[in-house]
Design a protein around this ligand. Structure first.
Ligand SMILES: O=c1nc[nH]c2c1ncn2[C@H]1C[C@H](O)[C@@H](COP(=O)(O)OP(=O)(O)OP(=O)(O)O)O1
Ligand SMILES: [Mg+2]
Length: 208
């Protein structure tokens, strides 16, 4: 008999049709839509559907991505893709991490958030400025099935912030091997190396 639990579960394929992008962050929605282009998907954002922004009560990126994807799939009756991501700074023990959006405060002010990181690092002038971005993607179906993927990009932090092209903490993040920040990089170039691009390539290989 099959299904005894020892064989790996097959990954569920995503069929052409409607897909909800379960994010209220315009910068992320823009990048995700570009990464999904040309795959026969009719992409709708959580904002288009007026879906509420769920409280992110998880303790990991994957837990929060799953919570957001499930909420959107349940409410819309459609497959939903969520992204939970953040900046992890080595010298700050991985902060802001899953709290990256919350460090922007009620106004989602990332100049403020980048300033907080700078202030906390100022207390450790000799510590390395190593940091990485993480992106967890969760793809949830209305019947409760979920697939997860996690991507990462390593870099160092620089001040003052540079560039106006990205979003969030992009202006202070210098990816390894580059001399421009994510804030100075065109979106296709960022997607080639970013945490989000990394997670997407894994997802695309698995579900298409
Ligand atoms: O490529 C990125 N470049 C710069 N900053 C980034 C990036 N990716 C994540 N980040 C930072 C800012 C963002 O606000 C937070 C994610 O927090 P996170 O909860 O996943 O997203 P969010 O609250 O902004 O939108 P939503 O939860 O509706 O998808 O990490
Ligand atoms: Mg969020």
């Amino acid at each position: 008999m099959s299904g005894e639990g020892n064989e790996p579960q097959a990954i569920r394929k995503l069929q052409p049709g409607k897909l909800v992008i379960a994010s209220h962050n315009a910068g992320k929605v823009r990048e995700i839509a570009a990464l999904l282009e040309g795959r026969g998907l009719d992409v709708i954002s959580a904002g288009d559907l007026d879906l509420p922004e769920p409280e992110e009560t998880g303790t990991t990126f994957v837990m929060n991505a799953e919570l957001k994807a499930r909420a959107a799939a349940d409410l819309s009756g459609l497959p939903a893709l969520a992204d939970d991501s953040g900046l992890c700074v080595d010298a700050l023990g991985g902060d802001p991490g899953i709290f990256s959006a919350r460090w922007g405060g009620e106004n989602k002010d990332f100049n403020h958030a980048m300033g907080l990181v700078e202030d906390k690092l100022a207390a450790q002038p000799d510590a390395p400025r190593d940091a990485h971005f993480v992106c967890a993607l969760a793809l949830a179906w209305p019947d409760g099935h979920v697939e997860w993927f996690e991507g990462r990009v390593d870099g160092t932090l620089v001040w003052p912030p540079r560039g106006t092209k990205g979003h969030g903490y992009d202006p202070v993040f210098l990816p390894i091997g580059y001399d421009i920040t994510f804030g100075e990089m065109d979106e296709p170039a960022k997607n080639e190396i970013s945490h989000r691009g990394d997670a997407f390539r894994q997802m695309v290989a698995a579900v298409f």
